[in-house]
Every structure is written in structure tokens, then in C-alpha cells.
Design a protein around this ligand. Sequence first.
Ligand code: NAI
Ligand code: CS2
Length: 495
Amino acid sequence: MFLNRLTTDTLPTLQSGVELPQYCREDTHCAIVHLGVGAFHRGHQAWYTEQVMNQFGGNWGIVGASLRSSQVQQQLTPQDGLYSLVVRDSDQQSVQVIGALQKVIVAPQEPQALLAQLSSEATQLVTLTITEKGYCYDVSAQDLDFNHADIVSDLASYPEQVVSAVGFLVAALDQRCQQQRPLTIISCDNLPANGKLLKQVVLSFAERVNSSLVEWIEEFVSFPCSMVDRIVPATTELDVKALQKTLNLDDQAAVFTEPFSQWVIENNFKTQVPAWDKVGALFVDDVIPFEEMKLRLLNGSHSIIAYLGDLAGYDYVHEVMADSRFTHLIRRYMDDVAGVTLKIPDSFDLSAYKDLLLKRFSNSSLNHKTSQIAQDGSQKIPQRWLSVARENFQHGRDSRLLALAIAGWIKYLQGLRDSGENYAVVDPLSETFSELTTRLSDSETLVTAVLNVESVFSGIAQEIPEMVDWVVYWHKALHADGCLNTLNFYCENTQ
Ligand code: NAI
Ligand code: CS2
């Protein structure tokens, strides 16, 4: 059956249960540029901004940019930037049409248009969700990765043909400096101290291309850290089809999420920002405790669920959580993390937070794929697990459980489920891992080689030698007995 697309013209046909923009979109100007306009931005920052405009008005329209493919433009532009945000909780769902995104620029097609937007006087804010790898950050050097192909190319062709987010930001700041236009740039990716990290890579790049810019950036540009949280899985064709029945329209840009949402932002702005704090976000002096809690408890658990769950044959997070062996493991993991490594105020109810995470992971209407979370492990593991392992070690606590997690990841890198089914390992270092897993077949040599990949593990094998032994131990068990039998053993021995 042919259905019209969701557009400004078809918007009035929607039924009364669907929430619509409460402000006049035509009269709203843009003041935000978002880099990486994927599912998460549409389900989180754009929604907070929409709430602000619904309640208080203001010119906080968003220009979204994709630094890679044109897919999101093909989804949004024929819909005048409109899309549905569908909140799902078990058998309940609510639909809100978001109007905050006004335009999408595909950077490889129109680099000058993106640069002009980033440099324009109207732009007050830049936000980013470009995935962890988009920052071209070298964990072991704690600086911009000057060997990264995008950075090598950007430094050689600056400013005309930049391709990386860092290259675009510095080129725009160069122009803003000439016009004396301050800026606030907020990273919304799951990275530790994401604002500081972003500032570091921007300053390192600026130093190479125009060192006089560094001082200006220090004074007139701020990079607040932020903790972001809302599970927004990649939209599937089935989701889009199901929504057609509710809307009686076709929405190719819809995103599907959970009721929970959290955004904690460092109160460090050089420009005006939307009143996000009036619609649920928190502006605080120090984001780090919130961010460590979330990265280690939520994301750390997620990665365990993804690697071990996928090996065991589970496609979705909620399926993993329906297996009591996994709930036992995840509870244990959270207790391990919370034991010594978190610096949260006494008044914070950590136990309720952990219970809520288990409930969120069990939301059976989200269809969050283990394979999605499993992507880019080399970029995620340092902040999710290794910082915990190091702190546990400093406090004289063993890291057996983290070793099981790491062993699960190394086993996952072989691209073979316990059932014998093959899958592709998606990771910027996939070629390195493929070479290692093909060449090294016994657990000792494979684990030792992977733990010596500096850009992920930065010396952990030397810092915590027993970690290597434990990872080898679990890798052998996973290899010989499979994931579920290994978990049976783990559960029997850790009641
Ligand atoms: P997505 O796959 O829908 O979108 C990713 C965006 O990043 C796309 O626009 C893509 O073009 C861009 N990108 C990928 N590699 C890039 C690179 N090297 N340079 C520049 N841009 C690049 O993913 P989604 O769901 O929007 O998530 C993006 C990030 O948001 C995550 O990696 C994470 O850091 C953060 N996040 C995601 C949450 C979620 O539940 N989806 C929740 C909390 C944070
Ligand atoms: C997930 C996160 O894909 C992943 O790595 O762990 O995107 C997770 O869904 C979010 O951080 C939840 O806020």
C-alpha cells in the first residue's frame, strides 16, 4: 500500500494521540549545529531542545551534519526534517513528532556549506555524536592520533578539504577567531571526560595549523563535559513498518527509544544555550562522577551482555537478560564496579540505580541488538572496563570478573558464535584482530598478543600481570566449554 511521507503538509493528518511541535517552525532560526546526526541525537539532544522550544520558544533550531554517508539526509530532507520519536516500554508506546531539526548537510558533498554554518554568527553551539572513533584519539598517547588517515589527510589539505570532525571544528574556529565569535562545543559521546578529550584533540590540531589560534580557543571556546544516557537502538525496517500503522504515513527517519533519559552537562558555556535544565537536564560543576558511574555501570555491563550474549547465541539484550545466569553475572559485575571505583555522593541511591539498569536492559520492546553494542570494542573497552581493572588493582581487589569480560571480547573477535554461526567483527582495528585470531590459535599466545595492543590496553599486561593469567584461564574455558557452560561454572562458584 502506498503511503505519503511525514512532511509539513501531511502533519495535520496525524491523529490526536501523536504529540506535535508546539511552536512555529517556519519562524524558528537555527543556532545549533550537530555533527553526527544518527539515531542517538534524534532520540536525545534534539528531543531536549524540542521540549525547550515547545515550552519556551526560542531560536534553537538544529542544522544536522553527517560527516560520512548521505543516508540520513535521504531520510530527513523529504520529510522537511520531521521525524517521530517513539518511546516504547514493554507493551506501551507514545509518539512525538520532533521539529527541531531544520536541515541536514552531508559534509562530503557540501563541505563549504558545513563550514559556513559552523562559522556563522547565528551558530551558538555545536554538539557532537560522532561515535568514539570519530575523535581520532590515541588512548596510549592521550592525544590526537597524528597517524590517523583522516588527520594526516586533513593536515595536508587544511582548510579546504578537511574530512574529520576535528578538522572541520578547527577550520570553523579559525574563521570565528577572525570575527571574534565565541562558541560552546558539547561532546555527547560515551567517552571519559569527553569535553576535555575533545578540547585536547582540537588544540593539538590547531597547534599544527595555526598556533596563534590556540590562545583564542582557550579564551573564547568552551568544551563542557557531558554525560548522556538514553538507549536508542538502530531503527529497523520492521520498526518503520509497525509505525506506518500508527501514523498512516511513512516515516523513514523515525527513532525508537525507552522512557528513561538523562543529560548532565558541565556548567561551562561561552555562549547562550537552550534552557535544557528546565526540561530535565542537569547543569553541574563536575560531570565526572556521573559519567564514571554511567560508563562503568551501564556501558560496562552492556559490553559484557553484547560479547558473551552474542557468543551464546542471543540476538537482543532483553533475551540475554531473560537468562538468569547473565543477570547473576551482571549484578556481580555492578557490585564489583561499585565496590571501590565510584565517587558518588552518599545520598545517591546506587542500589536503585543498579536495579533500574537491569530493568532497562530487560525492556523487551526495544529490540536492542547485541551486535550493535559489540561494534568498535577497541574504542569502548578502555573507559568501560580497564579503568575499573586498574582501580580494583590499586585497592588490592582482584579482577577475575573483568578478566572474564575481556576473554569474552577476545573470543568474540574470532567471529564465530558457539553455535558455529559466523559474523563480521566491526571495529577500526578489525584487520589487526583478524590477523591475530587467524595466526594464533592457542589461548596463551592469542590473549597475550591482544593484551599487548597498546592503543587499547596501554600497558595493562605489565601493570597487572595476573590479569593476563585470568584472561587466559577464561578464554580457555570459553573455548573448550562454550559460553553458557562457562557461565554455569561461574554461577555455581559465586553464589
Ligand atoms: P548512529 O550509527 O546512528 O550514528 C553515528 C553517527 O556518527 C553517524 O552520523 C555517522 O556518520 C557518524 N560517524 C561515524 N563514524 C564517524 C567518524 N569517524 N567521524 C565522524 N562521524 C562519524 O549511532 P548513534 O546511535 O547515533 O550513536 C552515536 C554515538 O552516540 C555512540 O557512539 C555513543 O558515543 C553515543 N551514544 C549513543 C547512545 C545510543 O543508545 N544510541 C546513547 C548514548 C550515547
Ligand atoms: C551502548 C550505548 O552501543 C553501545 O555501546 O552501550 O550506546 C548505550 O546504549 C548508551 O550509552 C545508553 O545511554
